[in-house]
Ligand binder design. Structure first.
Ligand code: ZN
Length: 397
């Protein structure tokens, strides 16, 4: 057993109470077995906290392999065209299937971004655990008030799903789809509602070019739509977001590839967390994120898969192996990032992320064979090795 916040336990056991919380953890002989308890044994396996996927787009479930353009902007346009083929019910079914396949891979909490509202509805309907960030887009400064009116109405409509372990957040999408004034307005709305902010930032190189000197594919595309500049002075994506009040301790920066030391200093000062998606970053030829620098700076870092349109199937253990190579993390550090680190990045560490008395019984069991090095064995595993998952004490896989 890997409790994460304590040393590994050989022949470990845990007791789940009727509320779905962990009431005891320890060596088997030290954990009580109440008379009415259902007892389950897992041989040759590692028991660990449910994994936390800090970046998904589960409304895109089912589109794997259907958008393949090597150019990032063309790829985004392919996704927009694919989404136009689905109605509300299809999105809800896709999101539900996505959540179930996360459970089957040992993932008990997700942090999602999308604009259909289907993921928060599905999280609510399935009694799942996660944060769904609702996306806002618009590059025309003069339209901000109109866009915000609509966005705020959508947020109010979706808020009814934010019950139990489901949270709502806001996501001004990216610097090439969101104007400075919309960034500010969405962030202010998020703070007024007390909800987290999730952003794609410093992902493609052309995003940096757009803000530096209005060059690159995004600048070309925007020029055609009547936008003639974004930033009046050369700036970086991180600094641009900071100028518009986006960055704070409840802001999750996804990707954050093209950043320098000055950007990192801003991220530290604002206390942001990072969702690191190493395989997606490579898939789109964006380059690797400077995640070692983020580790050294003490930023909270969770791991994410991004959508299955980027890399399929979603495989958080594979992301962890890549992250380990980029950071030099030990196996224990890497498993921590998959669990408690992800919970900390999302501000959920008091509820989940470790096998700790009082926390939700979010638990994954990975069949590893007999091993003396449980963290290494988990990292060498694949989705198919996850043989059981509990969410809040409920068996979901
Ligand atoms: Zn994404």
């Amino acid at each position: 057993m890997l409790p994460i916040d304590a040393e590994p336990i050989a022949n470990g056991a845990l007791l789940i109470d009727e509320q779905g919380r962990i009431s005891a953890v320890g060596p088997d002989e030290a954990v009580p077995t109440p008379e009415n308890a259902l007892v389950q044994h897992f041989d040759d396996s590692v028991i660990l906290p449910g994994l936390i996927n800090t970046h998904t787009h589960l409304e895109l479930t089912g589109f794997a392999g259907m958008a393949n353009d090597p150019d990032f902007w063309e790829w985004i346009k392919q996704i927009i065209a694919l989404k136009a083929t689905r109605d509300d019910e299809a999105f809800f079914n896709a999101a539900s299937a996505g959540i179930r396949s996360c459970w089957a891979a040992g993932v008990t909490t997700v942090c999602d971004m999308g604009n259909t509202g289907s993921v928060i509805a599905a999280l609510d309907a399935l009694g799942a655990s996660g944060i769904a960030h609702h996306e806002a887009f618009d590059m025309h400064t003069e339209e901000t008030a109109v866009v915000m009116k609509r966005f705020s109405r959508e947020l109010d409509r979706l808020a009814k799903h934010a019950t139990g372990r489901v949270g709502i957040g806001v996501s001004p999408h990216a610097p090439y789809t969101v104007s400075g004034s919309l960034y500010r307005a969405v962030s202010e709305l998020g703070r007024a509602h007390g909800v987290p902010i999730g952003v794609h930032v410093a992902e493609p190189a052309d995003e940096s070019a757009l803000l530096r000197d209005f060059t690159g594919v995004f600048a070309d595309a925007l020029r055609k739509r009547g936008v003639t500049h974004v930033s009046a002075v050369p700036t970086s994506p991180i600094a641009w977001l900071d100028q518009h009040g986006v960055l704070g301790s409840r802001t999750l920066c996804v990707h954050a590839i093209h950043t320098d030391d000055a950007d990192t200093a801003i991220m530290v000062q604002r206390g942001v967390a990072v969702a690191h998606c190493p395989r997606s970053n490579r898939r789109h030829h964006h380059a690797d994120a400077p995640v070692g620098r983020y580790v050294d700076a003490g930023l909270r870092i969770g791991l994410g898969t991004d959508s299955e349109v980027s890399v399929a199937p979603l495989d958080l253990l594979a992301e962890a192996r890549e992250a380990r190579m980029l950071t030099g993390w030990s196996a224990a550090d890497t498993v921590r990032a998959l669990t408690l680190g992800g919970a900390e990045a999302l501000g959920l560490e008091s509820a989940t992320g470790s096998l700790t008395t009082g926390k939700w019984a979010d638990v994954a069991v990975v069949r590893t064979g007999e091993t003396k090095a449980p963290a290494d064995a988990v990292l060498a595993s694949g989705n198919g090795d996850v043989i059981a998952t509990w969410l809040g004490g409920r068996r979901v896989h």
